[in-house]
Structures are given as C-alpha cells and as structure tokens.
Design a protein around this ligand. Structure first.
Ligand SMILES: NC(=O)c1ccc[n+]([C@@H]2O[C@H](COP(=O)([O-])OP(=O)(O)OC[C@H]3O[C@@H](n4cnc5c(N)ncnc54)[C@H](OP(=O)(O)O)[C@@H]3O)[C@@H](O)[C@H]2O)c1
Length: 333
C-alpha cells in the first residue's frame, strides 16, 4: 500500500496563494537521492512570507510548493554513499520552499549536498529550536568575531531582539561574554524574556526606527541587525570607529537611507549575512559552534512546540509580529 503522509502545500486557492494541510504519498515527492523521515521543522519569518495569504511577496517560484525552509530528521533511504539510513540530518535554506519542496512534510526527498549531520550534543528537536533563525544568528556572531571584536571592546546592539534570529543572537553573544544591548518593539512585554537570555539592557525600537543624523554619538562595538530600514540606518550612524554591522533581515523595511559618512570617517564595515546559499564549510562551522555554545537551558526557554496543523495560523502570526522566540513544528503526529 502507498504510504500517505501530511504536508503543508502552498498553492493558488481561488486566486489566493496560501498554504494548507494536505495529504501526499511518496510518489508525489521529487526525485532526489535521500529520503528523510522528517521529525521537526520550524516557523521562520520567511515561512510566514511563503505560507500566509497576508504576505506582501511571493516566496514560491512555482506552485504547488511544499513550504518550510528547514527540517531535521533521520535518513530512511539513500543512494548517496555518504548518507546511511539512520543518520540524523538537518537542512537549512538551499531554496527549500522557493524552488524545492521544503520541510513542512513528514517525508522529504533531498539532495545529498544539502544535508548537515546533526551535532551529537543536540536532539533533533533542539536542532530545530535553533533552526534557520539560530544558524543565521550564529553566522552573524561569527562575522563579529572574525572582525576581531572582543567582549572588552564594548556593547553589541541586537535589533529585533525578541524574534527568532534576534533572541538566539542575544543568547549566544551573552554566552560568549559580550555586553548585549537589545532593541525591541515592546519593552514592557519582552523585557523579562530578553534579559533572561542575557541582555544587559534594552532600548525601545522607536529609539532606532527614526530619521537619524549621518553621524551620531559612537555607541556600538558591533551590531547584529535583523530589521533593516531606518533601524539599520541609525545603527550605522552610531557604530564605533572600526566596528562591524551585520545585516540579515528586513522586518522593518527593505529601504536603506544612509550616507557614506560612517564608512569613510569611522571605517566601519557593513556585512550582509545570507544563510540560504552559504557553503557547506560555513554551515558546518556554524553548527559546530552552535553545539558548543548554545546554552541548552536558555534554548529551552526560547521555544514552544506546535503541531503541523497550526502552521498556517502561526505563519499569519509571525508576519503580524505576534511570536516571541522560536516555534518548533513537531512533524511526528
Ligand atoms: N539572510 C538570511 O539568510 C536570513 C535568515 C533568517 C532570517 N532572515 C531574516 O531575518 C529577519 C528576522 O527573522 P526571524 O525569523 O527572526 O523573524 P521574527 O521571529 O519574526 O523576528 C523579527 C523581529 O523583528 C522585529 N520587528 C517586527 N516587525 C518590525 C517592524 N515593523 N519594525 C522593526 N522591527 C520589527 C520584532 O522584534 P522586536 O519586537 O523585538 O522588535 C520581531 O520579533 C527576517 O526579515 C528574516 O527574513 C534572513
């Protein structure tokens, strides 16, 4: 008998593109070399953009599309010598949910070169509690470290600090000994959560999301920006001489109105961080550091677990800014 399983498929439903729970069989899956029994996936901002009918942009380049930009599970069958059945694997990005069927599916056929071995120290659930958001946060932290910024150099600003990337970034930086200043849209509600992750202090989003001067007082030894727009422009104008500003998100807008002044007078570096097409070497470095440095007790406080059926509603919520931390999707029921 053909095995049936559940998936969230995004399709055009009477002129509205959105995701819904569907039943698929193995013969529906694309023809790739490694079949994975998917145990967990997660909700990321990009998943909201892909699945929610309220999304301002379309992520799927073709329809129908199984959504979900990440997954963790166990290899069931493989014609690729390096991936034996029983191996615990995860995938982030690589066009999942854009051009390739993604992680919101209890079974997935994947290209062998996309897979990363789940570090021994992490359970499959924990690896997805970190997920694409946490792996991206680690890429930003590595950029700060590689720039030579040390904890003694001064505070690191994290914007969008209550979100997935932001919350893991706060936690990782604090674990590494940095003084973290967290910018958030709702200090009253988010203060206990973000301080619990290790932030030294919080500033209101409005202090950053405003028109800024080309150069303002130097504050930040480094910045991890998840927001973009005027927030990023203000962060650039406040970055200290020789510092690095990493830029990875767009929840506050895609425009960036700035001047050359911070770059030519303060020698700062603005570094874009992309997780989707990062090389295997970069991914493995990031996941090893994550396994080494993620505080599993703090991680446990960052995430909640929800069933696959709730994905469409959760995707609406993440676009509305109504999710704190991470949501892991349990694919096993
Ligand atoms: N480049 C890459 O490879 C890559 C990878 C992962 C994620 N990303 C991007 O990084 C961003 C964060 O992703 P995520 O999964 O962490 O999303 P998320 O969980 O929704 O977090 C985003 C946070 O941004 C803040 N925010 C929301 N609306 C805002 C607004 N209008 N103005 C300013 N701040 C706002 C909120 O934090 P506060 O309430 O605390 O302010 C929110 O929690 C997204 O844009 C995502 O697409 C990029």
């Amino acid at each position: 008998m053909t095995e049936l399983f559940k998936a969230i498929v995004t399709d055009d439903q009477d002129g509205v593109v959105k995701g819904r729970l569907t039943t698929l069989s193995l013969s529906d899956l694309p023809d790739e070399e490694v079949l994975v029994d998917v145990a967990y996936s997660t909700i990321n901002y990009k998943d909201g953009l892909a699945v929610s009918e309220h999304s301002p942009i379309r992520i799927a380049r073709k329809l129908p599309m199984v959504s979900g930009i990440d997954l963790a599970g166990t290899v069931m069958e493989s014609s690729a010598a390096e991936w034996k059945p029983g191996t615990r694997v995860l995938v982030n990005g690589y066009g999942l949910s854009e051009t390739y069927w993604g992680g919101y599916s209890q079974r997935a056929r994947l290209k062998p070169e996309w897979l990363v071995r789940v570090p021994e120290k992490l359970s499959l659930e924990q690896s997805m509690a970190i997920g694409t958001a946490g792996y991206t946060a680690m890429l930003c932290v590595l950029a700060v470290e590689d720039h030579g910024v040390k904890p003694k150099d001064g505070p690191i600003l994290v914007t969008g600090a209550s979100g997935g990337v932001g919350s893991v970034a706060v936690s990782l930086l604090a674990e590494l000994g940095y003084e973290v200043v967290a910018s958030t849209g709702n200090i009253e509600n988010n203060s206990a959560f973000i301080k619990g992750l290790g932030a030294a202090s919080l500033i209101a989003r409005d202090e950053m999301a405003r028109e800024s001067q080309p150069l303002e007082s130097e504050r930040w030894a480094g910045v991890i920006d998840c927001v973009g727009g005027s927030t990023l422009a203000t962060a650039l104008s406040q970055a200290r001489y020789g510092s690095i500003v990493t830029m990875t998100g767009l929840t506050g807008g895609v425009d960036l109105h700035t001047t050359v002044m911070p770059f030519i007078l303060r020698n700062i570096t603005l570094q874009g961080v992309d997780s989707v097409q990062a090389s295997q070497a970069i991914r493995q470095r990031a996941w090893q550091r994550l396994a080494e440095f993620v505080n599993l007790v703090k991680l446990g406080k960052i995430y909640t677990v929800a069933p696959l059926e709730e994905v469409p509603a959760l995707c609406d919520q993440i676009l509305a800014g109504a999710i704190n931390g991470r949501v892991v999707i349990d694919m096993t029921n």
